[in-house]
Design a binder for this molecule. Structure first.
Ligand code: MRU
Length: 313
């Protein structure tokens, strides 16, 4: 089941805010609907956001909108994942060469799956039979069109016949690990355990984790940006000599800038104040809710891409 698909000139997005309880698709009729799904995390994960944005441009094209103006609006939906900007600019470039936005979006849809499968095969080379792999957030099929990056590596290793088990950090505040990564691994029949975020160091200290593989929202000079909590996992991995890999397609690379110049999204305090519908802190509590961490290059063992495993930049 794909994260999103195009049908009858509308974009259908699997609503990830409702997973795992409900499997429903949200129908986007306008580019504003697509912006809404990105802002509310109905669609999330760097590659999925990029492809959704490209289809947003296609919806705007069909409605006869000014694409330059729409591009700016779509780019403002979320600031950290570079795939959003990359995808919108790629559609504008295709338009300037006489192609349609829809054709370019459909091409990006197909490319995403192929890229992840190639990336997965490279990544599987570092995965050994019997490994237990810790992952943070969801860099799976749900974060892409299909197959996934970090979870794509796990899928590829399993397809090669390796016995792998997975440990998922729950990934507070919105629990992409618990709700999405565990769900994906269970659907595949891959052995999976859920831990609270703060247990990751403990498991590494006990020698229960062989490798960490996470995704990225941006890879730039000096490191990678990924879901909040990734930095603490990387620091613990360094301390306990556990290899820490980032799996990311080249569309997530932004080589021209320093990772410290990437805007880190600050999200709604309610994500922290509530656990689901249950309020967990007193009225009047002040909150900081940065959505992403910066992982410095010296904590990264390698970056798994569709071009092979690269050194951090
Ligand atoms: O806030 P999210 O859920 O969009 O954050 C997603 C992540 O941090 C992923 O790890 C990253 O986008 C890579 S997805 C292949």
């Amino acid at each position: 089941m794909k994260t999103l698909y195009w049908k009858d000139n509308h974009l259908f997005i699997r609503d990830q805010t409702k997973l795992p309880a409900e499997v429903t698709y949200f129908e986007c009729e306008t580019y504003q609907d697509v912006i809404h799904t990105i802002k509310t995390l109905m669609v999330r994960g760097a590659p999925a956001i990029g492809v959704a944005a490209a289809f947003g441009m296609a919806l705007a094209e069909l409605a006869g909108e000014d694409l330059e103006k729409v591009a700016e609006e779509i780019k403002a939906a979320r600031p950290t994942a570079v795939n959003l900007f990359w995808a919108v600019d790629r559609v504008l470039d295709a338009k300037s060469k006489g192609k349609s936005a829809l054709d370019e979006a459909l091409l990006m849809f197909d490319e995403d799956i192929q890229t992840n499968k190639t990336l997965g095969k490279y990544g599987a080379q570092v995965v050994e039979d019997g490994d237990t792999i810790l992952t943070h957030c969801n860099a799976g099929a749900l974060a892409c069109v299909d197959y996934g990056t970090a979870l794509g590596v796990i899928r590829a290793a399993v397809e090669e016949g390796k016995n792998i088990s997975v440990v998922c950090d729950e990934t507070r505040p919105v629990c992409q690990g618990a709700r999405l990564s565990v769900f994906e691994m269970q659907e595949e029949g891959i052995p999976v355990k859920l831990i609270v975020d703060s247990a990751a160091g403990r498991l590494m200290q006990e020698g229960k984790i062989d490798k960490v593989i996470v995704g990225a929202d941006r890879v730039a000079r000096g490191g990678a940006a990924n879901k909040i909590g990734s930095l603490m996992v990387a620091l613990a991995a360094k301390r306990f000599n556990v290899p820490f890999y980032v799996a990311a397609p080249k569309s997530t690379f932004d080589e021209g800038i320093s990772i410290y110049d990437v805007e880190i999204e600050e999200r709604d305090p309610d994500e922290v104040l509530y656990f689901g519908d249950c309020r967990v802190a007193p009225e009047g509590t002040e909150v900081e809710n940065p959505a992403f961490d910066i992982i410095p290059s010296d904590l990264i063992t390698g970056i798994i891409t569709e071009d092979g495993i690269l050194d951090p930049i």
